[in-house]
Design a protein around this ligand. Structure first.
Ligand code: THU
Length: 159
């Protein structure tokens, strides 16, 4: 992926952020997850009056993608900032993915999966999943000898 495409992925995250539902924290996050086939899945944080039910932008994007049949990913872009911040402004913070979201990435992505955290389309940093989640605990089913485990995990056909 070249630099132009990275900027486009950040832009898609900024657009997703506009749809965040974050009335409790006031902190709006957007994510854009790039699948290996080039499809982009957008996600935003979705909060709840029962605070623990909140879902991060990154996991929204992953769960949308996986539920639509996608399991191969190459990169994710993430932007976050208080509700006053708008597209086109330079966000003061980099919204690094939380620990739970890093673990969800680990389930579906390899160590070279790219994580872009941006202040704007022109100002972002790039990490690999290995850098943000070293010595990680990965999907254990891949190591099982269980004969029912085939392909990329279980589905309704046991594949
Ligand atoms: N949040 C995300 O969407 N992604 C992260 O990686 C960190 C936190 C959301 C959760 C909550 O809705 C708000 O940011 C404040 O924590």
């Amino acid at each position: 992926m070249d630099h132009l495409q990275d900027r486009e992925l950040i832009q898609a995250a900024l657009e997703a952020r506009e749809r965040a539902y974050a009335p409790y924290s006031g902190y709006l996050v957007g994510a854009a997850l790039l699948a290996a086939d080039g499809t982009v899945f957008q996600g935003c944080n979705i909060e709840n009056a029962s605070y623990g039910a909140a879902n991060c932008a990154e996991r929204t994007a992953f769960y949308k993608a996986v539920s639509q049949g996608e399991r191969a990913f190459s990169a994710i872009a993430i932007v976050g900032g208080s509700r006053e911040m708008r597209q086109g402004e330079v966000f003061p913070d980099l919204a690094y993915p939380c620990g739970i979201c890093r673990q969800v990435m680990r389930e579906f992505c390899g160590p070279e999966f790219r994580i872009l955290v941006g202040r704007s389309t022109e100002d972002f940093e790039e990490y690999t999943l290995e850098e943000l989640l070293p010595e990680s605990f990965g999907p254990v089913w891949k190591h099982r000898e269980d004969s029912k485990v085939k392909g990329d995990g279980f589905n309704s056909q046991g594949e």
